[in-house]
Design a protein around this ligand. Structure first.
Ligand code: ZN
Ligand code: ZN
Length: 336
């Protein structure tokens, strides 16, 4: 079968790999398409995944199955890759994405391939029927939206909270809409005009151009609450976003970090955290229950992803990578 295998720090190679077989419980999925996630690009650039197949935002049909679940051959499904044990110290404190089993479990070999093998455990926890009313490139937003829902919950987002989303890439646009589903008043900012327009289209209450920290934060405060944001969601991987977050958040507020930054030596805003009683926390990957909630929100039309995606063939996956890195597109969907 054909698959995109990581060749070097920049690109994939399309190779012919052995098709996975069903030796035990589980299923073989014939992949229809797979979303390209920011974390796939981080893994590619990091160089730790040479010769591996990436991709985890998967849509496909069950080609072969041996399972105690009610899934059957021919079912069209959306799925995600990691499963927690629900039992360790991390899981007991709901840090599912830190669970050792969560980190170890995966689909084989990865979503940018014609077929994958998934375990019985996947079928029980992270596989769902693809809703009939959703088109293919919309259903694969289940996993990234679930990541956002988990962040919304970790930050204790509540009705009428004044929320600021810094960075309006596909995650920022999903995060803002998810926060609105939880009743928040949502503002967002970005430097790119087309992303600002998209945020307005999907229902952000206020959108600002983030050309200078001082200007953006004062515009945001004068349009919303003078005290600042109850919660700032940091979804931009740019270095300057941390200082903007500190200017936008109110005393006693929350900064939720949802992006990696290439230079990790920014220091630690000790005195701001201390004197202003800030809460700074991260959120990484979804819990299984978030996947189901995300799919329901998509199915019910509560989250708008129209115009987010550009479709590429597997052969063109390297163009999808460079277009994403050059911010020419918001999100790539790789059609297999
Ligand atoms: Zn993802
Ligand atoms: Zn665990």
């Amino acid at each position: 079968m054909r698959a995109a295998v990581v060749k070097n720090l920049k690109e994939f190679d399309i190779k012919d790999l052995q098709k996975p077989t069903l030796k035990d419980m589980g299923a073989i999925i014939k992949i229809i398409g797979c979303g390209l996630c920011g974390s796939d690009i981080v893994k590619l650039l990091h160089g730790s995944h040479i010769n591996k197949v990436l991709g985890h935002e998967v849509l496909g049909t069950i080609e072969e199955i041996n399972s105690t679940t009610s899934f059957k051959k021919g079912d069209k499904v959306v799925l995600a890759h990691h499963i927690p044990c629900f039992n360790c110290d991390y899981c007991r404190k709901h840090n599912y994405s830190m669970c050792e089993k969560f980190k170890k479990t995966n689909i084989t070999p990865g979503g940018f391939a014609e077929y994958i093998y998934i375990t019985e455990d996947h079928l029980k926890n992270t596989v769902f029927h693809a809703p009939q009313n959703l088109n293919d490139s919309t259903s694969v937003f289940m996993e990234p939206l679930a990541c956002c829902l988990r962040a919304i919950k970790r930050a204790n987002t509540e009705k009428n909270d004044n929320v600021m989303v810094i960075g309006l890439g596909s995650i920022g646009l999903l995060m803002g809409q998810a926060a609105k589903c939880y009743g928040a008043k949502v503002s967002g900012c970005d430097i790119l005009d087309e992303r600002i327009a998209l945020a307005q289209k999907v229902g952000f209450d206020n959108v600002f151009k983030s050309d200078s920290d001082e200007k953006t934060s004062s515009e945001f405060k004068s349009k919303t609450k003078k005290t600042g944001a109850d919660i700032v969601f940091l979804t931009s991987g740019s270095k300057s976003s941390l200082s903007l977050a500190l200017k936008c958040v109110r005393n006693g507020g929350v900064i939720l970090v949802f992006a990696s930054i290439s230079d990790d030596n920014l220091g630690f805003a000790n005195n701001q955290i201390y004197y202003r009683e800030l809460t700074v926390l991260g959120s990484y990957s979804p819990a299984c229950s978030d996947l189901e909630e995300a799919l329901t929100l998509l199915k019910d039309g509560k989250i708008n992803v129209n115009g987010f995606t550009k479709e590429y063939s597997l052969d063109n996956i390297n163009n999808a990578i460079s277009d994403t890195l050059n911010k020419k597109i918001l999100k790539a969907y790789i059609k297999i």
